[in-house]
Design a protein around this ligand. Sequence first.
Ligand SMILES: Cc1cc2nc3c(=O)[nH]c(=O)nc-3n(C[C@H](O)[C@H](O)[C@H](O)COP(=O)(O)O)c2cc1C
Length: 181
Amino acid sequence: MNEVNLPEWRLAIKSSNHKEGKSVSKRWIQIATTSKDNFPRLRTVVFRGWSEAHSMLIYTDRRSEKFNDININNNVELLWLFPKSKCQYRLKGEAYEIKENKKFWDTLSENSKATWFWPNPGGKLSTRSAYDTPKKLELPRTFAVIEVKMNYVELLKLERPIHKRCCWSKQKGWNRIEMNP
Ligand SMILES: Cc1cc2nc3c(=O)[nH]c(=O)nc-3n(C[C@H](O)[C@H](O)[C@H](O)COP(=O)(O)O)c2cc1C
């Protein structure tokens, strides 16, 4: 997508991301879901890129709790912290599975692919042999690609003398509001 058509918050994230340099953690984000008994659940995932201007991709295991949570309630919140620029982004959106996922699977390394053949995540520890890598790493049913379509983004930037805080909410376009920090 042409950069001029990107929402302003995407450009802000791009700039924060750039300042992190080669840090591996710049692709780590936290995603919160709600469990079926209504408790918040948080975990770290890898940012796998943007699909559309306002949609982010995440890969996960279909057997994971987060996948089940999203099936019941697809409202999620993501937290992305960029320590170098002291910027915290909170992104709210709706999560959907992308069923046609082979093209994403094909981009993964063999080591990464092997993890989707591991035993049930969160289950009681299996024997070592259950972790043996299969000879053929063909697209398994466990592989799930999630697209989060954002409808609200909030930025807090720690600055002296006064921090900056603003939000963008999706209406017809993206509406920006300045906030008290
Ligand atoms: C640095 C880091 C990156 C991770 N990336 C992913 C990821 O991209 N997808 C994923 O499903 N889990 C990822 N995990 C594991 C999750 O944090 C979590 O432990 C796991 O998915 C089970 O979560 P759930 O039971 O809440 O679904 C990552 C963990 C760490 C520490």
